[in-house]
Ligand binder design. Structure first.
Ligand SMILES: *Cc1c(COP(=O)(O)O)cnc(C)c1O
Length: 369
């Protein structure tokens, strides 16, 4: 572990490898593993994460947008990369970087075929995404005849895979709904197998899907949050380790007399002498105001210290009255020792939002590479 001398996001590649191996152990050896590295690798560092995972044998990568795929290609990622939500204006560069689009509507499909034709593509690999109940992106089953018309008797694009996305794999109260989504997907798969010449492979599970519905792993699974150390379940979290740890230092300590206030709008008022520490991290870094006013704690020398008053743009103040600490000491905001899901829960949000919301201003430091 690096000792922080400023605010850093420490990215532990050993933790990443551990998480990958655990998730792999939960699926069949022949099932392909797609690592989801969208949104800067869930706020960490997509290039470093993808290079490490490519090295240890991950089969496939997924990003949300074309620019994210290009950045992986520029970093030396040669494995297939699926773009989950490509926009028409980027089709040409998508093809130039051999990225695979997830196609979700007939108009997107015809537009893509046109661009691919202009670029003299042959059997260009595409994935078709079907909506089975998330109601976000995807073809409906009823559109199959029209899709078939568009893709038959052409060799410009080739449907190599079909996919869907599940709405609530982590929620045990929604098991019936997840099973219904999987049934709808099965029905689509059967239709596709009966009509498509290309015999596409299938993928539908995200991290919690891998853990809770392994019977639906098909030929590939797509995991994001689990790789970064969060399994949406306490038993799984025991097996995983946080990849990203947000660390900072105590910039200054203050002794606040009783009756004084701390920070903007005087939202903290001391009713006895209070020792505070000021840390160089704030809402511009992704630690939003919802974490202030005593709701959330950080770790100072192994002890929890609440964030007091309003979170500022570049700073937070914490109460260290009961904690032995000095200026320059390291503070863990979240990560190892204080998981992002615990931290985020204090403000009614989820690990996904907290970790992907970290600003690019924070220096990334890779360890165990
Ligand atoms: C983000 C995303 C995933 C990854 O989900 P996790 O819960 O992070 O494993 C998988 N599939 C699609 C379509 C996604 O958008």
């Amino acid at each position: 572990m690096a000792k922080a001398e400023e605010t850093i996001l420490e990215i532990d590649l050993k933790a990443l490898i551990n998480n990958y191996q655990y998730l792999r152990s939960r699926i069949k050896p022949e099932t392909k593993f797609m690592a989801v590295v969208k949104a800067y690798g869930y706020g960490s560092d997509a290039q470093e994460i993808a290079l490490c995972l490519q090295h240890i044998g991950v089969d496939y990568f997924a990003v949300a947008y074309v620019s994210e795929g290009i950045s992986l290609r520029n970093a030396g990622i040669t494995k297939p990369i699926l773009v989950l939500h490509p926009q028409k204006v980027h089709f040409k560069v998508l093809i130039e970087h051999t990225l695979e689009p997830s196609i979700y509507s007939n108009s997107i499909l015809s537009d893509f075929i046109l661009t691919a034709q202009e670029m003299d593509a042959k059997d260009y690999p595409i994935h078709l995404k079907f909506n089975t109940g998330l109601n976000r992106l995807g073809f409906s089953a009823e559109e199959l005849p029209e899709i078939t018309k568009l893709i038959h008797n052409q060799d410009i694009v080739k449907v190599i895979a079909i996919l869907s996305h599940l709405a609530a794999t982590e929620d045990v109260n929604e098991t019936e709904f997840t099973k219904l989504q999987l049934k709808r997907f099965d029905f689509i798969c059967q239709q596709v197998d009966a009509t498509f010449k290309s015999k596409p492979f299938k993928h539908v599970l995200n991290t919690s899907g891998i853990l809770n519905y392994p019977q639906a792993q098909f030929q590939m699974v797509r995991s994001g949050i689990g790789l970064y150390g969060y399994g949406n379940h306490p038993d799984v979290d025991m097996e995983l380790s946080p990849v990203a740890t947000l660390k900072t230092i105590i910039a200054q300590k203050h002794s606040i007399p009783s009756g004084e206030s701390v920070g903007y709008n005087r939202k903290y008022k001391s009713n006895s002498e209070t020792i505070t520490a000021t840390l160089p991290v704030g809402h511009a870094d992704g630690i939003g105001r919802q974490y202030g006013q005593g709701k959330t704690c950080v770790l100072v020398n192994g002890q929890l210290a609440p964030i007091i008053g309003n979170v500022c743009m570049d700073m937070i103040m914490i109460d260290v009255s009961e904690i032995e600490c000095s200026e320059g000491d390291e503070v863990i905001i979240f990560g190892k020792g204080l998981p992002a899901n615990d931290f985020s829960q204090t403000a009614q949000t989820i690990s996904y939002e907290l970790i992907t919301g970290l600003s690019q201003r924070i220096k990334r430091v890779v360890i165990n590479n």
